[in-house]
Design a protein around this ligand. Structure first.
Ligand code: GLC
Ligand code: CA
Length: 556
């Protein structure tokens, strides 16, 4: 098997807007990240992934870039960035940048030119089509509600936007577009960054015929993203990117790939693919999603589904490609509220259980800010407390325009799935606004910050923080955690997630009780000789698993 530093690394994701404000404007900034590098280092991670920090009008919090070679005013200056990069490296950490090149902001200079006239050189940088009978060119729905097409009178055409109408999709079939993108990537690499997380990178190649989306059959809340996923030239363009950029630098790369199967992932990241190193797959994030309502549901998840999906990715990529391991990011609800139990009694236990269950798998783990202290979902009472454009658009669509659900139902779904669950400010201490800002935070702090915060976590040797720190240490110590083969035990067990890892005659047994019941599983007694590496309880109770108990044994 190939062995590379990024396979042995752990990545910590920072959402700069919500991490630490240092100038009192209520918005996190680059100086705020510098301030907490010792904290991140203490957790024992290797790489920091930053959500987009480029100039942006922030229609979608930086995923709408107006200038790829500048820093967002609210976050600081290029001098701050240079200082951040230097300080990250001084800490022995690496920096992974977000790369958003499926689309740009409509305020990007390219788009401003593009809409001037069909003869403008930049017009073809985007995906324009004539209307059909005075309507949009096809039936595609944007990911954030409504048609995926926007009409522009000055050119009498529609442009495609898979996300908001301020996020215009680039035309990757134009080689000038590709070269502009490769240039800006090389420009950042020459500054010394260490990697890219590539936003929705499997959507870059669209079928130029733009056929209607046959899957839209009267769903209440539809999306046509799959129509653009894994398109005709995507592998050709990524191989070109590899040749022009990635192969010239020693980088960690991960592509966000909604709708990618394991077979797709092997094409993108196979050890000899010359494309990417990892993908962020979404199948396991679909276990509590509705076929007709998307994430606007309160459907519970089944552990057997989660196990089946995780296990398929573990076994099908084994030896061929490399998994990313994640429960959380800036688009997902907090995992302790989602797959664990955020009631006071069980929050820390289940947060640790989820950490052990995921981090003992094969792949590179990603930790999202606050996950390491067991931060929870927030239940803001009113829609006006929310900021996320996806949430606001969906509320308008489903409650106000279509009357598909009531305000009360929708707020319940929002409490479960809104992206703002992940975006409330980092909880540093029990001072006003959780120590995030001395001003008014851009989004309210989760009121539970008086209990759940970094200061408390650092003061308590049994905290979720130190459990994650230990997971990171174990990964450095035992190569079986990084490289071992994976084998699921009892796929139909609805309460406990158990698996083996195997490497060179060694074994790991990982058992995780996903319930608040005390259960018995005899495999624990039959495992063979060895010792326990980590557990979220103080003592080993043999074959008895207490609520949310999770253990890893090393067997020689
Ligand atoms: C990705 C990002 C998400 C963003 C979208 C459009 O899914 O993670 O935050 O809204 O792409 O760029
Ligand atoms: Ca600030």
């Amino acid at each position: 098997m190939n062995k590379s530093w990024w396979q042995e690394a752990v990545v910590y994701q920072v959402y700069p807007r919500s991490f630490q404000d240092t100038n009192g404007d209520g918005i996190g900034d680059l100086q705020g990240i510098i301030k907490h590098l010792d904290y991140i280092k203490k957790l024992g991670v290797d790489v920091i992934w930053l959500n987009p920090i480029y100039s942006s009008p922030n229609d979608d919090n930086g995923y709408d870039i107006s200038d790829y070679r500048n820093i967002m005013t609210e976050f600081g200056t290029m001098a701050d960035f240079n200082q951040l990069l230097k300080t990250i490296h001084e800490h022995g950490l690496k920096l992974m940048m977000d790369l958003v090149v499926n689309h740009t902001s409509d305020e990007n200079a390219w788009f401003v030119e593009a809409k001037r006239s069909v003869n403008n050189k930049y017009h073809d940088f985007y995906l324009w089509r004539d209307g059909k009978d005075g309507k949009a060119p096809n039936n595609w729905q944007s990911e954030f509600s409504g048609s995926a097409w926007q009409y522009v009178p000055s050119v009498n055409q529609y442009y495609l936007h898979l996300f908001t109408k301020k996020q215009a999709d680039l035309n990757w079939d134009n080689s000038d577009v590709r070269h502009e993108i490769f240039d800006l990537m090389n420009w950042w690499c020459d500054k010394g960054i260490d990697g890219f997380r590539m936003d929705v990178i499997n959507l870059i190649s669209k079928d130029p015929a733009f056929p209607d989306d046959p899957n839209l059959k009267g769903e209440v809340h539809g999306s046509s993203m799959t129509m653009a996923a894994n398109g005709p030239h995507v592998h050709e363009y990524l191989k070109e990117m590899y040749k022009e950029v990635l192969s010239k630098h020693d980088l960690i790369t991960v592509g966000e790939t909604p709708g990618a199967s394991t077979a797709d992932a092997i094409k993108y990241t196979g050890f000899n693919s010359h494309e990417l190193e990892m993908v962020f797959q979404f199948e396991h994030m679909g276990v509590d999603i509705s076929p007709t309502m998307g994430k606007w549901t309160d459907r519970p998840f089944k552990l057997v589904d989660l196990k089946r999906i995780m296990s398929r990715w573990q076994t099908e990529l084994n030896g061929k490609a490399w998994n990313s391991l994640y429960w959380n990011n800036h688009d997902q609800p907090r995992v302790v509220s989602r797959f664990g139990n955020d009631a006071a009694e069980y929050r820390e236990l289940s947060a640790k259980m989820l950490g052990n269950c995921l981090h003992m798998m094969q792949g590179t783990p990603y930790i999202y800010q606050g996950e390491e202290i067991g931060m929870t979902n927030v239940g803001f009472p009113k829609i006006s407390d929310y900021h996320d454009v996806e949430t606001l658009n969906a509320y308008k669509e489903l409650v106000q325009d279509k009357h598909s659900v009531t305000d009360g139902q929708m707020m319940r779904y929002i409490h479960k799935h809104s992206r703002d669950n992940a975006r409330t400010p980092m909880q540093w201490n029990d001072e006003p606004n959780a120590g995030f800002t001395a001003g008014e935070p851009w989004i309210d702090v989760n009121p539970n910050y008086d209990q759940i915060n970094v200061a408390n976590a650092l003061a308590d040797p049994n905290s979720v923080f130190y459990f994650y720190q230990k997971l990171n240490q174990l990964r450095k110590q035992y190569s079986i955690i990084v490289y071992g083969d994976y084998e699921l035990i009892e796929p139909e067990d609805e309460q406990v997630y158990m698996y083996w890892r195997h490497l060179d005659g060694q074994k790991l047994l990982v058992v995780s009780n996903f319930t608040d019941q005390t259960l018995r599983r005899s495999i624990i007694q039959r495992r063979g000789t060895g010792h326990m590496l980590i557990s979220n309880y103080q003592n080993d109770s043999g074959d008895q698993l207490r609520p949310y108990e999770s253990r890893t044994y090393l067997i020689n």
